[in-house]
Design a binder for this molecule. Structure first.
Ligand SMILES: Cc1cc2nc3c(=O)[nH]c(=O)nc-3n(C[C@H](O)[C@H](O)[C@H](O)COP(=O)(O)OP(=O)(O)OC[C@H]3O[C@@H](n4cnc5c(N)ncnc54)[C@H](O)[C@@H]3O)c2cc1C
Ligand code: SF4
Length: 326
């Protein structure tokens, strides 16, 4: 690990301007992933800007929606009674992530910016286009069991790792971002992440120095009736092989609105509008869920070791939908 300097930012302005000025600096929230990446010599930061003294806290549940400060800890949000009651998919995604110790430390903003678990990215002995642009992607023909079947490119098929992001994309959450100029902008999370294309090292649309300050989620009937289902190799402390975040508003035996996103299969959290459209107007039956789930993998491009995800993704989605109407 390289030596680095450390500073505690006293204001968001100080944090963002310091980061904009020093291209080798990084914000540190819980540090649960950043320090790993630095110890493994994947990223080299000469300055860490601690943002934990900033006023980026609060879990506010209003009639219009939910607002969560970027520094709230995953465990506090996952266990918050209003989140459990009105946004179960968010609570369940958080509590299915990592381990209790990590969730107590890790922040909501940091979770959304964590790096892929692709083994080649994590091992500097291998080439990797995401880590070193232009060096190659051994995962295309190598060990790709856990990697993406949707949204990949010849440059990269790394899976997006965050469970939380899948739940938030399903519920059309937005991020509030603050710039070094002190201005704020709001970006739908679904537009925040970039597909890898030929530039997999550019993962999102954050501008230089920009800080995530909050997450907002609109209130909706499908948010109250929602569920997160995660399929993984171990019951705990493991990333998703496949996951599904679903929300349904069923009235009079008919689905009035549906929200569906998948994890573990896409290079970004994968919202599936075609499935949502296919569900609306139908009865919430297993047969209808299966027919809609087939649309999930229409554009899948599986590799040698991750072909099983084509079937598993559909089964995960059907099970999640059945859970939500049980
Ligand atoms: C063993 C292990 C298992 C895990 N399993 C899962 C899992 O199953 N599911 C899952 O979703 N996650 C999992 N994680 C990831 C974990 O959830 C993340 O490490 C954590 O959420 C990151 O939050 P943090 O606050 O510690 O981020 P940090 O490590 O502090 O930062 C992460 C990145 O975000 C940037 N950053 C942090 N806050 C902000 C902000 N407000 N604005 C702009 N940039 C910011 C940092 O500069 C850094 O680049 C696991 C991690 C480990 C180590
Ligand atoms: S899939 Fe992406 S992260 Fe993995 S080796 Fe290829 S370029 Fe690197």
């Amino acid at each position: 690990m390289d030596n680095f300097a450390y500073t505690q930012a006293a204001s968001t302005k100080e944090a963002t301007t310091t980061k904009e000025t020093d291209k080798q600096a990084a914000f540190i929230g819980g540090g649960t992933t950043l320090l790993d990446i630095m110890k493994s010599n994947i990223e080299h930061h000469t300055l860490l800007i601690d943002i934990n003294k900033l006023a980026l806290l609060g879990i506010d549940n209003a009639a219009t929606g939910l607002r969560i400060g970027a520094l709230e800890r995953m465990s506090d949000v996952g266990e918050h009674p209003q989140v459990v009651q009105n946004y179960p998919v968010i609570s369940q995604a958080l509590l299915a992530s990592a381990s209790p110790q990590l969730r107590n430390m890790a922040s909501m903003g940091g979770n959304l910016l964590q790096k892929t678990r692709c083994g080649y990215y994590r091992d500097v002995a291998f080439p990797c286009n995401k880590r070193v642009p232009g060096s190659g992607c051994p995962a295309q023909t190598g060990d790709n069991r856990t990697l993406a079947i949707l949204g990949g490119s010849p440059s990269c098929i790394a899976t997006h790792p965050s469970d939380l992001a899948v739940a938030l994309v399903a519920l059309e959450a937005k991020l509030t971002l603050e710039s070094p100029k002190g201005t704020t902008r709001t970006v739908p999370l679904a537009d925040f992440y970039k597909l890898p294309g030929s530039t997999p090292h550019i993962e999102n649309h954050l501008a230089p120095g920009e800080l995530i300050t909050a997450i907002t989620v609109p209130a909706a009937a499908h948010a109250r009736k929602s569920h997160y289902l995660k399929v993984r190799d171990r019951a705990s402390y493991a990333y998703a092989l496949t996951s599904a975040a679903v929300g349904l508003d069923v009235q009079g035996g008919i689905i009035r609105s549906a929200r569906v996103a998948l994890g573990g299969v896409g290079t970004v959290p994968w919202r599936v509008p075609a499935v949502e459209k296919a569900l609306v107007g139908k009865a919430p039956t297993e047969e209808n869920f299966r027919a809609a789930a087939a649309l999930v993998v229409r554009d899948a491009a599986p590799r040698e070791h991750n072909k099983f995800k084509v079937e598993l993704a559909q089964r995960t989605l059907v099970r999640a939908l059945l859970e939500v109407v049980a």
